[in-house]
Design a protein around this ligand. Structure first.
Ligand SMILES: [Zn+2]
Length: 226
C-alpha cells in the first residue's frame, strides 16, 4: 500500500550496523515513493552521466583522492532536481559531519526546503553485541545458529543436516562489534547534536520487530510532513 505525503520529505536515517537501516529505508521507499540516495550510488551515476559535477568527481577519483563536499553537494543538487524525487529522499551516507550537515541545510534552503527529520534508530549496544558475537553456522549446509538464542538441539550437531563442523566469522566477535558501535557513536554524535538543535531529531527504538519499527517510522514521517 502506498501513501502520498502532503509535502516532500528530506529524511536522514541514522543507525549503527545491524539496526536494520537498509530494510527500513526500503520500506519507506515503497510506502511513500521516496528515493534513497546513497553517496556511492550518486557518485557512480553522476560519473556515468558525465555531468559537470560528475566529471569533476571522476577526475578526483582517478587520482585516488576524496571527492570534496562541494562536489558531492553539487551532485546531490542535480539529483534532487530530477522529477522522480518529487515525493522526497532518504539520504544515506551523507551528511557524515556537522560541516556537511550545515552545507546540506544551505543547499536545501536555496529551494526553500529543510531537513524534514533526522531519525536515529536507537539500539541497545550490549544486546547488539550479544546478537552478533554468538553467531555461528553449519560448515556443511550453512544453517545459522547462536550460542544463546538458537542453539543446536543436540550439542555439536546441525539440526538440519547432521553436520558436526561449524564456522564462525572472524569479525563476529564481541570486540569487533563493540568497536563498530563505538565508531558509529563517535561519528554520529555531532550529527545528532546538529539536528537536535534544529528540532528535527527523532529517535526510534530499533530493538523491536521490523514491523513495529516501520510503523514508528511511518508515524514520524507523516507527522513531520503535515
Ligand atoms: Zn548443517
Amino acid at each position: 500500500m502506498s501513501e502520498v505525503l502532503t509535502t516532500p520529505a528530506v529524511l536522514i536515517l541514522l543507525g549503527p550496523p545491524g539496526a536494520g537501516k537498509g530494510t527500513q529505508a526500503r520500506m519507506l521507499e515503497e510506502r511513500f515513493g521516496l528515493i534513497q540516495l546513497s553517496t556511492g550510488d550518486l557518485l557512480r551515476a553522476a560519473v556515468a552521466e558525465g555531468s559537470p559535477a560528475g566529471l569533476a568527481a571522476k577526475a578526483v577519483m582517478e587520482t585516488g583522492g576524496l571527492v570534496s563536499d562541494e562536489i558531492v553537494l553539487a551532485i546531490l543538487k542535480d539529483r534532487m532536481a530530477k522529477p522522480d524525487v518529487q515525493a522526497g529522499v532518504i539520504l544515506d551516507g551523507f551528511p557524515r559531519t556537522a560541516g556537511q550537515a550545515a552545507a546540506l541545510d544551505g543547499l536545501l534552503a536555496e529551494s526553500g526546503q529543510d531537513v524534514t527529520a533526522a531519525i536515529s534508530l536507537e539500539v541497545d549496544d550490549e544486546a547488539m553485541i550479544d546478537r552478533v558475537a554468538g553467531r555461528f553456522t553449519c560448515a556443511h549446509c550453512g544453517e545459522g545458529y547462536h550460542d544463546t538464542h538458537k542453539k543446536t538441539a543436540k550439542a555439536g550437531t546441525c539440526d538440519k543436516c547432521g553436520g558436526t563442523e561449524f564456522k564462525r566469522r572472524a569479525d563476529d566477535n564481541a570486540e569487533t562489534a563493540r568497536e563498530r558501535l563505538r565508531a558509529y557513536h563517535a561519528e554520529t554524535a555531532p550529527l545528532i547534536a546538529h539536528y537536535d538543535k534544529l528540532g528535527v531529531l527523532r529517535t526510534v527504538d530499533a530493538m523491536g520487530s521490523i514491523a513495529g519499527v516501520a510503523k514508528a517510522l511511518r508515524t514520524i514521517v507523516k507527522s513531520a510532513t503535515e
